[in-house]
Write a protein that binds this ligand. Sequence first.
Ligand SMILES: Cc1ncc(COP(=O)(O)O)c(C=O)c1O
Length: 338
Amino acid sequence: MNLDWSNLPFGYMKTDYNVRCTYKDGAWGEFEVSSSEYLQIHMSATVLHYGQEAFEGMKAYRGKDGKIRVFRWEENYKRMVNSANGILMVPPTKELFKEAVFTAIKKNEKFVPPHGTGASMYIRPVLFGSGPEIGVKPSKEYTFVVFVTPVGPYFKEGFNPVKIAVVRDSDRAAPLGTGTLKVGGNYAASLRGVEKAHKAGYGAPMYLDSCSKKYIDEIGAANFFAIKDNTYITPESTAILPSITNKSILEMLPDMDIKVERRPVSIDELDSFDEVGACGTAAVISPIGEVYDMDEDRKYLYCKDGKPGPVSQMIYDKLVAIQFGDAPDPYGWVEIVE
Ligand SMILES: Cc1ncc(COP(=O)(O)O)c(C=O)c1O
């Protein structure tokens, strides 16, 4: 493949194949490998009317040895099951999920970016209610699709500091809503905030808890973290997505002699942090250089020399080295696509 791998955006690009499977009459059928980018769907499918849909986002990386490594797919599977249960859908079996993901990667192997370009292959499993209903109730039929697309960095800044804007006039999730699930409805609800941040010239919104607007929830499609006195602080909230990247960082920190605090994080603390950042599959670890509180017209500035902070840099280096196979994987996070 002859693509400008080092300058790929985080966007959709057509690849050769995708995998799809249907749950009908109480059982999952055989999966099909398709070269069409389209799905034929019933106009009364519950996904279209009542948002019965969940998805995942994970990555595969090409190592120096040419091998392709998938990062923690079992965690993405568990989260998809949790999302499915949360909105009363039938999840795929673990075997189906793995087969579909690995087949989609193998069939599109030439789209896995070369090592050293910084790019990777993004994998998007999607599950939705495809059976017709008109009353508000769960579908009896489900469709599971996995497609892949090569991607570059989520923020145009890459690993350089990004700018974030606090948004208070829209909420992505309610405290007892679906914020902990990766369901489409949360992302529809987040669009106004994303748009507001972009229009103001910022990379992503910072969402506060929707009850008191005192505590930091998330940064767009990534979890928030802060560093203070060699301690990694990340929000505890009933409305944020449990990030697999954040979970992995939390598991690495004891080996890096960095302390951990997982607790509600007040926006008033922004002043006191040495470093702040966003973490996620797409965002990887994105250092934040500025948080702008539009309502208060107040700016919190970090990375004043224009560079990521030292602790963010250390965490980034360690995580990315494991993902690309440049360092040993003592945690057993990576599975090679044979
Ligand atoms: C709302 C939200 N929060 C956090 C994350 C980060 O999660 P992960 O590290 O599992 O990609 C994502 C992306 O998946 C997300 O969409």
